[in-house]
Ligand binder design. Sequence first.
Ligand code: NAD
Length: 335
Amino acid sequence: MKVKVAINGYGTIGKRVADAVSLQDDMEVVGVTKTKPDFEARMGAKKYSLYAAIPDRMEVFEKAGIEVKGTVEDLLERADVVVDCSPGKVGAENKPLYERAGLRAVFQGGEKASVAETSFSALANYDDAVGKNFVRVVSCNTTGLARVLAILRDMYSIKKVRATMIRRVVDPKEDRKGLQNGIMPDPVRLPSHHAEDVKTVLPDVNIVTTAFKVPTTLMHLHSIAVETDDEVRTEDVIARFQDEPRIMLFSKEEGFTSTARIVEFAREYRLRYDLFENAVWMESINFHDGELYITQAIHQEAIVVPENIDAIRAMFELADKRESVRKTNKTLGII
Ligand code: NAD
């Protein structure tokens, strides 16, 4: 039996999750939704059955010559699970719709943790999502932090983590808003919310975070310092990261001097230059005076895609963590 997956909100994350679901042999896309008949809707309708996210807008799509199969309610009737990829906070508004339809739902990181029974990041807490009805995949920044910290937590006793996020201001497609020139403390009041979000999937990790937005759309950048009780051998961390498919090591020596170069590589490597992996700078991994330093870049549009697939498998108990992560990695080309 294949799990029937509906994608509510075919935007940046929704289109990527839909394509990732279609690559799996244990799940299938039964349809996607759009609110407006724009170019994304036109492209979505070519690949998938398209439904109107807002029921009284069916006519608008028809007028624009884009075929819609029905409303979001019609789509939900055909699904076993919905992946809500609507804008931040809208997922919580959509939740009663899913409850009325008796459906399980995966939410995204733009929602509050309270929207779901558990927050989720595959390497950190796969088992917490097993058999659950409502799961929230944590945000791009939190996924990036949680992956690295889940690995280190299994290797060492972590005393404290300090992390600073230099955040891309908006996604590449956003042309109506955006920081043109300047650096924006966001949030201004410190510490930032990212630490609390990491604790939703790694409750035992003592972490504090700060965050700033800069005028770039390509990737986020994290500067992480992990204070440990143990002596850390840099080569052990590098070896473990080399073994973990969801981490990709980049080296300055090879020409990776900035996120621009990593994206240039990813443009040849994957469709939409999606980098599902944490991009960790090899030379940054260093143990100094009781603290392990790491600099990593996160492709915000892609990083949570594998976690959405793993969340569905955990909820439907289709596979244990090892098997699900292996399968997701294989189908998405994460090696
Ligand atoms: P987006 O704006 O690119 O896409 C959202 C889509 O939802 C759009 O197609 C919009 O038409 C549709 N939509 C609007 N109202 C809706 C409604 N009421 N019901 C259903 N669909 C509706 O947004 P995105 O960047 O894909 O973000 C989606 C979620 O993923 C948010 O929670 C966000 O925080 C999270 N997220 C985003 C990123 C990122 O970098 N873009 C990374 C990780 C997580």
